[in-house]
Ligand binder design. Structure first.
Ligand code: PXP
Length: 250
């Protein structure tokens, strides 16, 4: 069964638009932890949150409260920096997804450069692994990066579906990006990696993702939170779960 992890950063983005730099109170709405619990009630399989260096949406306190409150799995997305690694070791999420991070980007734009940073990523993977935390690497569907991910000893990769999502409305580029994802998923599976995917996925573009083999979990945020404005977050999560229910891994 293909699992759904809901990325709740976008709920925190809305809260910060009003309450940034103010003391956290019960007025600080919407609460991403309350949203996570609603997603779980709707049947999602995990909660994903990205603690960015500039704390522009999720803040440390959100992660601590998520750790205490959620019943599914916590997937902490973070940059590979010493401070973040210490934070992860203290919080103990089930899984850490290492992502690249540039402050000026609106969202995570490219994949992690694993081959170019193999030593540092492998060291972090070992430290987190010793603490019982799984490690996933958010990478472009690039054969060199998949080889490097396998070499790092990470258990998971998350294939960056952003280029596919961007190309979706144009047939030839969409087909090209879809084939890159299919080839990458096969290569990763063959190398013993578990394969997640995410970024830019919507109810519309999810259909063709069924052609990508070996997927374990999709991480979806923006489109679920956008839908939630009209239908409520539980209903939005249920719609995405229904959209991936027929997925067959191979
Ligand atoms: N996976 C990773 C690693 C991400 O950085 C993001 C974006 O925060 C997502 C998945 C979810 O992307 P989206 O919000 O476009 O669904």
């Amino acid at each position: 069964m293909l699992k759904l992890g809901v990325n709740i950063d976008h709920v925190a983005t809305l809260r910060q638009a009003r309450y940034r730099n103010r003391e956290e109170t019960s007025r600080s709405e919407p609460d991403p932890v309350a949203a996570a619990l609603a997603c779980e009630r709707a049947g999602c399989h995990g909660i994903t949150a990205h603690l960015r260096e500039d704390r522009r949406h999720i803040v440390d306190g959100d992660i601590l409260r998520l750790r205490k409150s959620i019943a599914t799995r916590l997937n902490l997305e973070m940059a590979n920096t010493p401070g973040m690694v210490e934070f992860a070791l203290a919080v103990r999420p089930e899984i850490v997804c290492l992502v690249p991070e540039r402050r000026e980007e609106v969202t995570t734009e490219g994949g992690l450069a694993v081959a170019a940073n193999l030593f540092a990523i492998t060291e972090t993977r070992k430290r987190l692994g010793e603490a019982g935390i799984d490690v996933s690497l958010f990478i472009a569907p690039d054969p060199r990066e998949i080889d490097a991910a396998a070499e790092s000893g990470a258990g998971f990769i998350e294939l960056h579906t952003g280029a596919y999502a961007e190309a979706y409305n144009h047939k030839a580029p969409r087909q090209y990006e879809l084939e890159r994802l299919i080839t990458a998923a096969r290569q990763a599976h063959g190398a013993g990696l578990k394969v997640n995917a995410g970024h830019g996925l919507t109810l519309e573009n999810l259909g063709l993702i069924h052609l990508v083999p070996h997927l374990e979990e999709l991480n979806i945020g923006h489109s679920i939170v956008s839908q939630a404005i009209f239908t409520g977050i539980e209903s939005a999560v249920r719609d995405f779960l229904a959209a991936i229910a027929q997925y067959k891994a191979s």
